[in-house]
Design a protein around this ligand. Sequence first.
Ligand code: ATR
Length: 268
Amino acid sequence: MITLYGVIGDPVAHSLSPAMHNAAFKALGMDCYYAPFHVKGRYLYEAVNGARALGFGGLNVTVPHKEAVIRFVEADQAVRDIGAANTIDFHTNKAYNTDAPGAIASLRDSGVRVKGRNVLVMGAGGAARAVTYGLLKEGATVTIANRTAPKAADLAAYMREYGDVFGTGMDSLAEKVAISDVIVNTTTVGMGEDRTLVTAAMLGPEQAVFDLVYKPVETQLLKEAKAAGAKAIDGITMLARQGALSFEIWTGVKPPLDVMERSARDAV
Ligand code: ATR
């Protein structure tokens, strides 16, 4: 019998996860199917329990439900620390966060070491939370720079338990970039537009730039990074890795990462 999986979000229509997971199921010859479900906040509880009741294998949870969902599912330690989950496994009835390890895997697979290095995280929203947590657990020193400085300070105060982290505004950004080994963009700047907060003039060839934005795949920020000779890591790299980690949690099978990554790149 076919096992169903899906992603719940609002909006969810443009999610690349169905293409990615179905490509992996097909490549492995697994009798499984993954679909997107548009779920409004007021139906989140019913949706999760309905999927469980219908025998779904698991769900991905995306914006804006990642925080709310942990109120009624059993969460693992990282989910409790981060305050957000993106994966529910109905075999174990547990929630996980694969965004944090997905981000770390993206850097590692791109040959970027973060232990003991200075990482600048731009943005202080949900994505910044997961990425900062992952970086701190790896032993990086993190500066969170956000347009709304108090939000960066709040996030840094919350994350201080896990490592060396500071929160600041976006002023004097060039100076903050200059003292960073790795720059991560978790803001929405560059999504469907050619704007960037960091330009080539601020960067050098020893640095790595990681943009979580994946539409377009090559953002203006990544173009600037390449122009400066810096290493450029795109958002599809992370999307594929968080997806592969969810897949493994659900099925116990390591999926073909190349297949997942390629299908996401084709679908974007
Ligand atoms: P996500 O869940 O993807 O992290 P979010 O929680 O809505 O999304 O966070 C969006 C982030 O992008 C925030 O850090 C936001 O900054 P503010 O806290 O100041 O709103 C940042 N952001 C959005 N538009 C921006 C802009 N034009 N310039 C700088 N930062 C921006």
